[in-house]
Structure formats: C-alpha cells, structure tokens
Design a protein around this ligand. Structure first.
Ligand SMILES: C[S@@+](CC[C@H](N)C(=O)[O-])C[C@H]1O[C@@H](n2cnc3c(N)ncnc32)[C@H](O)[C@@H]1O
Length: 331
C-alpha cells in the first residue's frame, strides 16, 4: 500500500501491526507516542463526554475486550522492534485494560522509566463512586542505547516560581494536570490528546529531526505536534474516514509552527547540579566560607560567589555548609 506523504512524512491507512511489520525497519524510530483503542464493548465512549456527536469522525475502530490482551502484545512487540536502542515509548491507557498493556510490556525487553498519571478535566460523571478523571501514561524505553531526556528543555534547573519552588522539578513530577481541549464545531476523533500533553512528551524525549511514530493516529494529534516541533512523523490509522479527513488537515500545517509558542527556557549555567560533593570541594567550601566571613562578606554574597565557582545552586551550597558545620548563622 502506498503511504500518504506530507512534508516528507509517511502515513499509512492500515492496521498498525501488519503495517509496522511491512513498512518500519528494525531500530528506526526515536520516539513512539500512542493512545491505543480502549477495548470498551459496544463503544460507550460517546456517553462519557458532553458533546455533539455529529462532529465526531465516523469509523473509529474498537477492539473486542476478549481480544485486547493478544492485540496489545502484538502491537507492543512491533513497537519494541522498531524503536531504536535508547528510544522511548509513551502509551496512554485508561484503567479498563491497563493490566493487558502492563502484561504485554512485561513480555518485552522495554524498561519502565515512569508510570505517569495524567489528570484531566471533564471527568466521567458518576453518582455512586468517585469521578474518573485520569489516564495512565506508561513511559518505557528500549535498552541498549542512550535515552534522550532533555532535562532543561522546558524549565531551567535554576528557574523558580514566585513562591520559590523549582519550576523544573514541578514540571517533571509524574502527575500531570493537563486539560482536554474543547473544540466546539470542529471535526474530531473520539478522543484527541491535548497539544500541551504531546508537546511535553516530545520536548523531553526527542530532538529536532527525530522520527516520532504513532501506532494509532486517530485525529493525528501526535503527528501534528511532532511536525509542529520540527520532528519527523509517521504512523497508522485503520479507519479510512478518520484517515482521509485528518490527513487533509495535516497538509495545511507548516513544519515548526509550534516552535514560536514554546516558552523560552533559562538554561542553567550550573556545571555540577546534583553531583555528589567530593571531599576536596567540601574542604574548599569550608576554607573559603571562613575566609570570606572574616572579611565581612554577607552569607548571601558568599553563597552566590562560591556557587558560581563550584557550579552549584544555592540549596546545594547551603546543605553542604550545614554538613560542614559552618552554617554561618551570624553572618
Ligand atoms: C484512542 S484513538 C487515538 C486517538 C489519537 N491519539 C488522537 O489524539 O486523536 C485510537 C485509534 O486507533 C484506531 N485503530 C484501532 N485499531 C487499529 C489498528 N489495528 N491499527 C491502526 N489503527 C487502529 C482507531 O480507529 C482510533 O482512531
């Protein structure tokens, strides 16, 4: 089958298991982000969202519950094969079939990096139990190569919120609160992933020019964001109606169109953040601290000066001073 090629990216209106086997070579993909069908019998998805179904694209293909485990194992094995050593995979899963996805992952060589919880708005309304408002995102990687993880791609290590918390740390916590997008009057797939969620995964786990693959393109949201961030994109969607509608939208997008929307990161100039202290550095810190105190330099100034010299942040210096017993309380 001929792929549809857009901006040099190849997309296949095909089943992803046989499609990957035929079109994707071993070790060829840098990053996989995908949101497989849910395996909900009778497709009850439309009951979950308060929206006008006439704008939902027809033809979304579901997997019968009893086939879900086998189906998951097959496509995850293909994903494992096509990933480059060190390549990352993010699988978005509800709780209904989480066990099947986890079991399948266990039957591969892929290593768990994080089990992320994505908390969204518009939780499913219930009366006799709690409102369900999260998905699981299983972040795994293929062993054998260096994994891309762009630590300061969104927030520098030294950037702080107004209440002095590390913005980098908060952004990298494993619970992500990101709202779904409300797109009234637009033709959409049953459950499109929000741009913000995809931008985050793509920024941390890939670089410009990398190949990002989605095994279940649906509304092509992964591909759109990948192209928008100057990555290459590929993937599969079995439903012809969705494929044809969404591929047209893709043609109108300019590669890199999302780059101007990214926040500017103040990349840390710290040379040794989070590195363990050597005895030599601790000794130097102690000696210099005592010397500068004797000269009447304030504690704040000393910390800034020594931090720059040692390539470390304020907290790291303060902790080491405490450890040294030279807390400089009176300075
Ligand atoms: C949950 S949706 C993906 C939504 C997508 N992430 C988005 O943001 O729009 C899953 C998609 O997988 C498609 N699908 C189901 N079985 C498939 C298969 N074997 N190969 C490829 N696509 C399949 C469905 O038609 C559906 O569009």
């Amino acid at each position: 089958m001929e792929p549809v090629i857009i901006h040099n990216n190849r997309f296949y209106n095909s089943d992803s298991i046989s499609g990957a086997a035929e079109y994707l070579p071993d070790n060829s993909v840098d990053l996989i982000i995908t949101d497989p069908p849910y395996g909900i019998n009778g497709d009850k998805l439309h009951q979950h969202y308060n929206r006008n179904e006439k704008f939902v694209v027809e033809g979304y293909v579901e997997i019968p519950q009893k086939e879900y485990a086998e189906f998951s194992l097959k496509w995850i094995k293909e994903a494992e094969r096509v990933l480059k050593p060190g390549g990352s995979i993010y699988i978005v899963s509800g709780y209904t079939h989480l066990i099947d996805i986890l079991n399948a992952l266990q039957k591969t060589t892929l290593n768990e990096i994080n089990h992320i919880i994505w908390k969204y708005n518009f939780g499913v309304f219930t009366r006799r139990k709690y409102v369900s408002s999260h998905y699981h995102i299983l972040f795994y990687a293929k062993p054998g190569g260096k994994r891309t993880y762009n630590l300061e791609s969104r927030y520098g290590l030294a950037e702080q919120s107004d209440d002095k918390r590390s913005l980098n740390n908060s952004d990298r916590e494993d619970v992500w609160s990101i709202n779904r997008e409300y797109k009234p009057g637009k033709v959409k797939n049953k459950n499109e992933l929000p741009t913000r969620l995809l931008v985050k995964m793509i920024q941390y786990s890939s670089n410009e020019g990398d190949l990002v693959c989605d095994f279940f393109l649906g509304g092509f949201s992964t591909a759109k964001v990948a192209i928008g961030l100057n990555r290459r994109a590929t993937g599969f969607e079995i439903a012809k109606g969705i494929f044809d509608t969404k591929i047209e939208e893709l043609e109108t997008l300019q590669p890199g169109y999302l780059v101007p929307t990214l926040r500017e990161t103040v990349v840390s100039s710290l040379k040794n953040p989070h590195k363990s202290w050597t005895k030599k550095d601790l000794k130097y810190l102690d000696k210099e601290f005592t010397r500068l105190v004797a000269q009447g330099v304030t504690k704040k100034q000393i910390i800034a000066q020594l931090g720059e010299h040692l390539g470390r942040g304020r907290w790291s210096i303060e902790k080491a001073l405490k450890k040294n017993g030279s807390s400089g309380k009176n300075t």
